[in-house]
Design a binder for this molecule. Structure first.
Ligand code: ZN
Length: 311
């Protein structure tokens, strides 16, 4: 089972030769999720060899163009490639009309089912769940309505200890019953589950905070995640610009994330005014040790041992 985050675009506003606008591909236990879809996202997926036909869920944070201008193009490619499987899109109110008008004005039809879920959140809410994961959304602090997302693994069932199955002669039928919550009885007594099974691994989590003027009241949204992506559009010397445009500085992100006890951070959405990200990293590292500055094409793996840049 793996949990990876691939950065397709790490720049802000205008695409540059080195940084495309925001988009990320998440593989959580073979569930494939796209977060935001800036211009050129599908080209980045081809470049980084991502099988984008397998994406079944797309999350769009807000309606600034650098976060969704690639969506109509991606859907159009899905049509041309003969997609038949259902797609779910969770997005702010209004996006469905924008995208469908773009497609229908050219007389095109989408032959596969799209389930649109338009949201307007006031607090953290569960938006999606299946057997292996849950997706939560929460409101961010930006110039227009914006949502952040958390993708969290579901807690798995306990693992049986093979020697104990033999020793206690636990039958297949009994294993089924235990999985349904029934106790194991031997000599008229309940056998504690710790005797024959081990707790499954801790569920892992990734949080994406979109465009956001970070503030203390958001600490609860970030708490408990293994890896937080947060924009650091500006350096602290440009904090006045960060305030007026409802963005954050790398230093501010470090300070709040530290209060939320975050261990691993990815910074991104860098303004094109900066030529490198060394100072962003240093500012954030004043509060948190493990800071990555996103580059297009980076893949991060989240595991019980922490977060590692694997590509
Ligand atoms: Zn924005």
């Amino acid at each position: 089972m793996k949990f990876t985050v691939t950065i397709l675009g790490s720049g802000a506003a205008t695409p540059t030769l080195n940084r495309f606008p925001t988009s990320q591909f998440i593989n959580c236990n073979e569930r494939n999720i796209l977060i935001d879809c800036g211009e050129g996202s599908q080209i980045q997926m081809r470049k980084f060899r991502i099988k984008f036909q397998r994406i079944n869920l797309i999350l769009i944070s807000h309606l600034h163009g650098d976060h969704y201008f690639g969506l109509a193009g991606l859907l159009s490619s899905f049509v041309l490639l003969g997609r038949t499987s259902k797609l779910q899109i969770i997005c702010p109110k209004g996006l469905k009309n924008i995208i469908l008008s773009q497609i229908e004005i050219g007389n095109a039809k989408i032959p596969f089912e799209i389930e649109w879920q338009e949201i307007e959140l006031k607090e953290r809410e569960l938006l999606f769940e299946d057997k292996v994961l849950e997706v939560y959304g929460f409101p961010m602090n930006h110039r227009i309505q914006t949502h952040g997302f958390e993708i969290r693994e579901k807690k798995k069932a306990r693992n049986f200890i093979p020697e104990k199955i033999e020793e206690l002669k636990i039958s297949v039928k009994e294993i089924g019953a235990i999985k349904n919550g029934e106790p194991l009885i031997r000599e008229g007594k309940v056998v504690p589950q710790e005797v024959y099974s081990k707790d499954s691994k801790r569920p892992l989590s990734y949080s994406f905070s979109a465009d956001n003027r970070i503030k203390e009241s958001q600490i609860d949204y970030f708490k408990g995640t293994d890896l937080l992506y947060h924009e650091a559009t500006f350096l602290h010397e440009d904090r006045d610009r960060a305030k007026t445009t409802f963005h954050s500085t790398a230093k501010e992100v470090g300070q709040i994330a530290s209060k939320a006890e975050i261990k691993n951070i990815i910074l991104g959405h860098f303004s094109a005014r900066y030529h490198d990200t060394e100072t962003h990293k240093a500012e954030c590292q004043e509060s948190i040790e493990n800071v990555f500055c996103a580059e297009d094409g980076n893949t991060f793996e989240i595991s019980e041992n922490g977060v590692e840049l694997i590509g």
